[in-house]
Design a protein around this ligand. Structure first.
Ligand code: FAD
Length: 439
């Protein structure tokens, strides 16, 4: 039930940052009637984005991990509205949402306005195709669970088609080109390498994984994982080489075509499937947020308090925010750990705001980076005051740390008991079915 006298906090975007934020705000303020909390998202369910490469490769069933916003809202004392943010009226303190429609084109929710006292924008990021021709038509991005599922279906179909055809596998057939060797592209390449072999092992014996399947990872920079320390990049490259994933660095993509990828050098890499995993920018809609300041890649510019520079009632967190990092030339990086930290900080900011206290600056703490190479290994570095230095890790320990990142997110959403039950039930159900998605 809405209460017009209560302070209304509206959070747009229920991803790594926004969903943790509304869950905590609901538990701390909504439950006690101290504020009304509303989450708006254009989707109905949440899936932690760092898992999308596993969905695309088929090693994870999104249905097992998706969280329904309506249910979460019911359990944690906030309201959920289905809707896509398309505009903002700062004078009237209202966000504008587009109407939503079902598959048959029938309206589900009308175009509407939602009023706020405090607005937090957390709509994440999308990949940046830098205007490269053919990307929209021929490449699949990995921004949503739907796109990851679509890619996986294309992959399985490609295997079934190749298995059923009378002629031998053609050049370029069963080849996958992944453009962008950041964490997403690199993890996808490694995960695909093992899941492709598992799919083939389910009776598609006319395909020879060693000679027919080719995975090419293409990167414009001179090394893979250009945003991470050199040592992680080198160790990951060594593992990819051992697996037989082909890595092309210093290779700029000029065009994506129906039959593959053309590089700036003129070389064409034939491939049936192309994934675009390069570059990050905030959604285009943020360019028209009633005069709020944005940077070159559409991120809302915020102060260290996470408040937007031109409106004291509007905040931004997660990938869509450009938050300054004192002493560093670049803002806080678009990472899950930053989203998690900013959500925690934002809870306290809103409580301070309600008490009329001054806001405090947020400081990003980099705990390191981990890159999962599926079955093969996990590599990364851990940083922190506890260790006193930057420590390189690889293997089982790194894998456990990697898994703990997701567990941390689940704990923020569900608490300890339900997280433990969820992990247990998923592990049990995985023992009764195939380890890869076959449809
Ligand atoms: C494949 C992949 C692998 C990754 N791996 C890692 C990793 O290993 N480690 C790491 O630290 N980070 C990783 N990242 C980055 C990490 O996922 C992001 O930094 C993090 O999810 C950002 O959280 P967010 O809340 O800002 O945005 P998101 O989690 O993207 O959430 C945005 C939400 O906003 C909603 N939304 C978008 N537009 C609108 C709109 N107009 N109106 C309403 N709702 C809207 C979306 O539906 C979504 O629910 C990875 C990203 C990808 C894609």
């Amino acid at each position: 039930m809405s209460n017009a006298t209560l302070h209304h906090v509206v959070v747009v975007g229920g991803g790594a940052a926004g969903l943790e934020l509304v869950t905590r705000l609901g538990d701390r303020l909504g439950r006690r009637g101290r504020a009304q909390i509303t989450l708006i998202d254009s989707a109905r369910t949440h899936l932690w984005k760092p898992m999308l490469h596993a969905v695309a490769a088929g090693s994870m069933d999104p249905g097992e991990h998706e969280l329904n916003y309506l249910a979460q809202a019911h359990w944690h004392h906030f309201r959920y509205r289905l809707g896509e943010l398309i505009g903002l009226d700062r004078a009237r303190k209202a966000v504008r949402l587009a109407a939503s429609f079902d598959d048959e084109g029938k309206e589900i929710t009308p175009a509407q306005e939602v009023r706020y006292d405090t607005l937090v924008i957390a709509i994440g990021s999308v990949t940046n195709d830098f205007g490269t021709p053919g990307v929209a038509e021929h490449a699949v991005p990995l921004e949503t669970p739907q796109q990851a599922t679509r890619f996986n279906r294309r992959l399985v179909n490609a295997f079934i088609r190749a298995h059923m055809q009378d002629s031998p596998v053609r050049p370029g057939q069963l080849h996958v080109a992944i453009i962008g060797a950041g964490a997403t592209g690199t993890e996808l390449a490694a995960e695909l390498h093992s899941t492709a072999r598992e799919v083939v092992a389910f009776g598609l014996d006319r395909i020879d994984p060693e000679s027919d399947i080719r995975i090419v990872l293409i990167e414009a920079a001179d090394r893979i994982l250009p945003g991470l320390p050199q040592r992680i990049s080198d160790a990951t490259r060594r593992l990819l080489d051992e697996m037989g994933v082909e890595v092309r660095t210093g290779a700029k993509v000029a065009e994506v075509r129906a039959d593959g990828v053309r590089l700036a050098s003129g070389e064409v890499i034939a491939s049936e499937l192309v994934v675009w995993a390069a570059g990050v920018r905030a959604p285009e809609v943020l360019r028209n947020m009633d005069g709020l300041e944005v940077n070159r890649i559409n991120q809302l510019v915020v102060e260290t308090t996470l408040r937007t520079t031109r409106d004291p009632d509007i905040f931004a967190i997660g990938d869509c925010a450009a938050c300054p990092r004192p002493g560093h030339p670049a803002p806080v990086p678009p990472r899950a750990q930053a989203a998690h930290q900013q959500a925690q900080h934002m809870v306290r900011q809103i409580e301070r705001r309600l008490r009329g206290e001054a806001l405090l600056p947020y400081t990003y703490r980099d705990f390191g980076s981990l890159v999962s190479l599926g079955e093969y290994s996990t590599v990364g570095n851990l940083m922190g005051r506890l260790l006193g230095r930057n420590v390189f890790i690889e293997g089982l320990f790194a894998r456990l740390m990697y898994q703990s990142l997701h567990t941390l997110h689940e704990r923020a959403l569900h608490g300890n008991r339900r997280t433990a039950l969820g992990v247990l039930s998923r592990n049990l159900s995985r023992r009764t079915g195939p380890q890869v998605k076959l449809h």
